[in-house]
Design a protein around this ligand. Sequence first.
Ligand SMILES: C[S@@+](CC[C@H](N)C(=O)[O-])C[C@H]1O[C@@H](n2cnc3c(N)ncnc32)[C@H](O)[C@@H]1O
Length: 649
Amino acid sequence: MTTMDESGGGSGGEGSSRKPPSIGGDLYHSRDLQESLMECRSAMLDFAVLPIVHPRAERLPNSTQNRVDRFCWPLTRSDMLLSSGQWSTMIVGRLSKWLRLDSKTLSEVKASEAALKEEFAWATHLGLAAVLAPPPAPGVVCSNYARQLNHLIVKAQMGMNVWLEISHGDWAVWNRFRCLCDYSPSLQVALRLEGSQIEAADEASEEQKWLRWMGEPIRSMLIKMSDFVPNASGYPTLPPKMRKVVVRFYERGVQFVLTGRPRHPNGLLPYQMYLVHLCNKSASTPSYREQFESPFYDYLQIPLQPLGDNLESQTYETFEKDPVKYARYEEAVKQALSDAAKRSPPDEDLVVMVVGAGRGPLIRASLRGARAAFLDHRVKIFGVEKNPNAVITLLNSWPRGCSERVQIIAGDMRDWKAPEKADVIVSELLGSWGDNELSPECLRGVEKYLKPTGVSVPCKYDSYIAPMSSHKIWADVRGLSKGPTDVDPSIAASGIARFETPYVVRLFNFYHIDDPKVCFTFDHQPRTEEDFLQEDDGKDVLERQTVMTFSAKEDAMVHGFAGYFTADLYKQVNISIHPDQFSDGMFSWFPLFLPLREPVFVKKNEKMMVTFWRKRSKDKVWYEWSMETESGQITPIHNPTGRSYAVNL
Ligand SMILES: C[S@@+](CC[C@H](N)C(=O)[O-])C[C@H]1O[C@@H](n2cnc3c(N)ncnc32)[C@H](O)[C@@H]1O
């Protein structure tokens, strides 16, 4: 036996193929531990789910005297049968199935409470990594069950997780339970697949329900051996729709537990072998992107501020490895220069300004683009950069007075007095949400240097918003010890700041409640002083307010919003992190997550009116957001005055 995987969801950090699935056996009938472990070992299982109470000592809620007392048996087997390392890596404890914590009979409730406490204490004593808790009884309001489990979790403040068994059709039961348990990170889902329901259901109409589970902390999936069907040689196989479900969750890093009694004469092994074969054969090979990104799945990062701060060498180095971004810029510059060349006589130089040049990759991409355009014209490039450390790198590549084609200018583009006008202004000042690294503010300072026929690359960018659900990400935001920025002490003390901050995060364990919609749009084109004056009617043209209406695809909890961007570089050349138009292979940007202070429940088809503001003062830019639902729920406006988070100008 290898060990159960308690490292968390996702398939982080693996090589070019996926790890084999982690599979356990539910040995509910086990009377002899050593024998059961032998059975698991010979079935090549990774772990075993064992009843915490020995079956011979099983108590019943309504018996006046339980068998432990009657026969003087200990509650269960000795801890000395295994080493503590084996208990903690090979065994998941199963809590008794008979527990009736929400019974109408008080004596049953009391007996169940006492038993739960006792079993929990023993599991903690053994140092088990997890216990499997029975499903809340159907049709019963499970408040006391949730309360008792929550009490034990809170009291123990433990490393031990509780896997709550939930049938795959019972999302509402899970939702209620996790809300009552206040999103405890120790409470996770053991999703029980109901084979007959899966096979009978219409796949298309069920799709959203499966997607919704992607936002939940599913730690394991329980598969009944009675749901397997024998193939022509008598070996167990899963029916087609179950196969798809299993493979899909395997790709999400979920582990499996075989439950019930094996029907094949060779015991558990044929089931284990089938699952391994199915996953190996049917799961997609992790793409380069997946391998690169998996260590970052659901990991919260504070957005960079390349204008206010100076980026470090390592950050530039990471950007520069992107195999797609610079190729797209090169193509855009090539096309823009080819078009510019058609408009100007060959003896006139074509002028490119790379503003925010960093360590020079866009200058190089522009030089390559110019070469690829086979121009008769000479191309002159100005590289403007305000980070003095990056300027040192630039000057090493293009020393002053030594390069007739490339001139480096140290300083802020907003203050730069350009000696001439440009055919193309190239920049990459985009954040995960498009304008959130203040590209609009910076480019506003240089648009006046575009020739009347000149173009900005990018010429336009859109930010997108989608309401999303993610138990894990929201709970992680709440778990941050303090707000990420220096904020007013009263806001810091209230703990609000962490919910009024956008996070860069490679979203993984999440669900889009509706598709993304455009939030803010900015475009860049030649603008004369006169244009600026005409625009200036007292309105801040870089501020925005957008109201978007979404409709929930399923009953769901809204935990916040996913933010994406697309940018048109030139004509048909673009870059995008919008999930439906993603620039394949590009890894420079992860999405943004903008949380809600409190999760909001929405019914299927319910409308959500979401408002986002982009606001500015003389020294900062910030976002505010709020949501109202058709059923009348209204969130407060988050981040008023930029009190918790702002981007410095
Ligand atoms: C996201 S980085 C991109 C760097 C480089 N172009 C690349 O693609 O690797 C943005 C760069 O713009 C610079 N920058 C931001 N605002 C600027 C401003 N107002 N004037 C000059 N440079 C600026 C930053 O210092 C940083 O080097």
